[in-house]
Design a protein around this ligand. Structure first.
Ligand code: ZN
Ligand code: FE
Length: 241
């Protein structure tokens, strides 16, 4: 447990994360939608940003890449599966090999569905999973470039991780996701209870992210879908919700 993780809310509902390894002094910024806020959040703590870790190419995840690179000279890391669409990518990562970060490492999962090149970073020793827009608290990403089969398989991959894994997703969508989830699963007591807490936290302006994978397994309709047909049906209903 060597990593310090800082959540930086930006734009309407994005979360950018700083990941600081105190042993090596390295600091990564995960999915910088913008440059200024994460640069300031790092500066306040006396950290210099040394790396950018991108999960996928969307502008609300890479918009700050080039400016942060210009300011800090950091290294930009992203999915080899999407190397042509990640601004400034220098280090390509894939499922073949864990990514070494200072004194720790992240396993890489290839999780297409939201986009065709999407990955997640799993810092196993710290139980931290950076999932971008694939798995959300009580939801999952829209299928912009992938099929229901791909997204279902991607979520199954993540579902196998330990329950104590913290899900660091890139958007605060939980309350809306939960309203939809209640229409799918109105008798799910764990979901009802969780939604009470989510609504309370949001009313107080508090984040509902990260969540634990164990909670998602019990309450997230997209992880509860047992087969791809059910998953596709629930996803289509959510798109129209
Ligand atoms: Zn996205
Ligand atoms: Fe996004």
């Amino acid at each position: 447990m060597a990593l310090e993780i800082v959540q930086v809310p930006v734009l309407a509902d994005n979360y950018v994360y700083l990941v600081h390894d105190s042993l090596s002094g390295l600091t990564a910024v995960v999915d910088p939608a913008v440059a200024k806020a994460p640069l300031e959040a790092a500066g306040m703590r006396g950290w210099a940003i040394t790396h950018i870790l991108n999960t996928h190419h969307h502008p609300d995840h890479t918009g700050g890449n080039l400016e942060i690179k210009r300011e800090t000279g950091c290294t930009i890391v992203g999915p080899t599966y999407d190397k042509d669409r990640i601004p400034g990518i220098e280090v390509e990562v894939s499922e073949e090999e864990p990514y070494r970060f200072g004194e720790t490492e992240a396993e890489i999962f290839f999780i297409p569905g939201h986009t065709r090149g999407h990955i997640a970073y799993w810092f196993k020793d710290d139980n931290a999973l950076f999932v971008g827009d694939t798995l959300f608290a009580l939801g999952c990403g829209r299928l912009f470039e992938g099929t229901p089969e791909q997204m279902f398989d991607s979520l199954q991959k993540l579902k196998r991780l330990p329950g104590q894994t913290r899900i660091y997703c890139a958007h605060e969508y939980t309350e809306d996701n939960g309203k939809f989830a209640l229409t799918v699963d109105p008798d799910n007591q764990a979901l009802k209870k969780r939604m009470e807490d989510v609504c309370k936290r949001r009313a107080e302006g508090l984040p509902t992210v990260p969540s634990f994978l164990s909670e998602e397994k019990k309450t997230n309709p997209f992880l509860l879908a047992e087969d791809v047909i059910t998953f596709a049906e629930v996803r289509a209903r959510k798109d129209a919700f």
